[in-house]
Design a protein around this ligand. Structure first.
Ligand SMILES: Nc1ncnc2c1ncn2[C@@H]1O[C@H](COP(=O)(O)OP(=O)(O)OP(=O)(O)O)[C@@H](O)[C@H]1O
Length: 357
């Protein structure tokens, strides 16, 4: 697969503090890439470096076979969609979409018939046909989002950077726009690099997913691989699906604050580490019930549950006070009734545990 965008050793710091640190990245052409990371992990800075609103202190950026660091943003030919849409309020839908075509730095279009044709095409693509003469102040948030997208796509960029593009929409619209964005991208064969703070959005949308961890690439992988085997505790933390217990590794056992925990992994170097177990890999038992031979079981006190529609998330306190989350899918049957402050056993297969150095 060819790469449309290549970053080599790209770094940027603010006031001596690294925001993006030594990033190496090859983004495949014709793909949807999600970028996930905690607040302050460098997601926006990474997009700004690629777009040309910031210049890297080290390294190089190559887009479509050409080195682009040092080239002004408006000459890079990369599309950008902001969270706040940044539309012109005094222009209607059609004029907003047409604006970039007639006013761009590289090869502006001057033929009104050609502009009309391209604008019609973009408006149809994002499902705004019929609204093109409407003021952008008189359409819904979701429609404004589509105008912003059409305004970028009309210039036919090979790469579109989207910074929290669904952040201002309500949950229902967000879910619909997820599907539409994927479909629009697929039909055009362009590459989308989509920054989000939501792990569900990142997992649902990306063909591949980048997790940024303190300015570095923690992992770049297909969502299902990344979810099943996060490369580090940092990546596991952002997925919001793993309980992480600190301790020390010694061959077959992981010695945590609540006692030894077994795992099925090759013998590891001794030393400090992290033991990870996914929320939905834990089952709740009566306190003192005997664990199976291939299981790990720890005592824990039930605190409270949160009903989530298709699943229930329950919170337990381990003996050292650490909170552990357990997710039970309702399709697997009604979960056991739990009493607050009562001790239970939490069990999981040793093979389900991941252990990090
Ligand atoms: N213009 C700036 N001046 C100084 N520091 C900045 C600037 N822009 C970003 N930073 C710092 O760089 C780091 C990365 O910021 P960035 O905005 O890239 O993170 P982010 O992952 O996009 O965060 P969020 O999800 O909150 O938008 C943060 O520590 C931030 O405070």
């Amino acid at each position: 697969m060819s790469s449309v965008l290549i970053l080599s050793d790209v770094s940027k710091s603010y006031g001596g503090k690294p925001a993006v640190a030594h990033v190496d990245l090859a983004v495949p052409a014709d793909s949807y890439i999600s970028v996930l990371g905690a607040s302050g992990s460098g997601k926006t800075t990474l997009l700004r470096l690629i777009a040309g609103f910031e210049e890297p202190e080290t390294g190089s950026i190559t887009f479509d076979g050409h080195r682009i660091d040092g080239t002004p943003a408006h000459r890079r030919g990369i599309g950008f969609v902001f969270q706040n849409f940044a539309l012109f309020p005094h222009l209607n839908v059609r004029q907003n979409v047409a604006f970039g075509l007639a006013n761009r730095a590289e090869a502006p279009l001057t033929d009104p018939a050609e502009i009309d044709r391209r604008v019609d095409e973009a408006i149809e693509l994002v499902g705004l046909k019929g609204l093109d003469r409407r003021s952008v102040t008189q359409i819904s948030g979701g429609q404004r989002q589509r105008v912003a997208l059409a305004r970028t796509l009309v210039t036919r960029p090979k790469l579109v950077l989207l910074d929290e593009p669904l952040g201002a929409l309500d949950a229902h619209l967000r879910a619909r726009m997820r599907l539409e964005l994927r479909e629009i991208r697929r039909s055009l064969g362009v590459t989308f690099l989509h920054v989000t703070g939501s792990e569900t959005e990142a997992l649902a949308m990306g063909d591949r997913l980048i997790v940024l961890d303190e300015g570095r690439i923690g992992q770049f992988d297909e969502p299902k691989h990344l979810y099943a085997a996060p490369a580090s505790p940092g990546v596991a933390r952002y997925l919001n699906a793993y309980n992480l217990l600190k301790g020390a590794r010694s061959d077959e056992l992981f010695v945590s604050e609540i006692g030894p925990l077994a795992f099925d992994a090759p013998a590891l170097r001794h030393g400090e580490g992290v033991y990870a177990i996914r929320h939905d890999r834990i089952s709740v038992r009566e306190a003192g019930a005997a664990p199976g031979p291939d299981e790990v079981q720890v005592p824990a006190k039930f605190i409270a549950s949160e009903y989530g529609g298709a699943s229930v998330l329950s919170f337990f306190a381990l003996d050292n006070g650490q909170i552990v989350e357990v997710e039970e899918h309702l399709s697997l049957g009604e979960p056991r009734r739990l009493e607050a402050d009562r001790p239970y056993g939490l069990a999981w297969k040793r093979a389900s545990a991941l252990v990090y150095a």
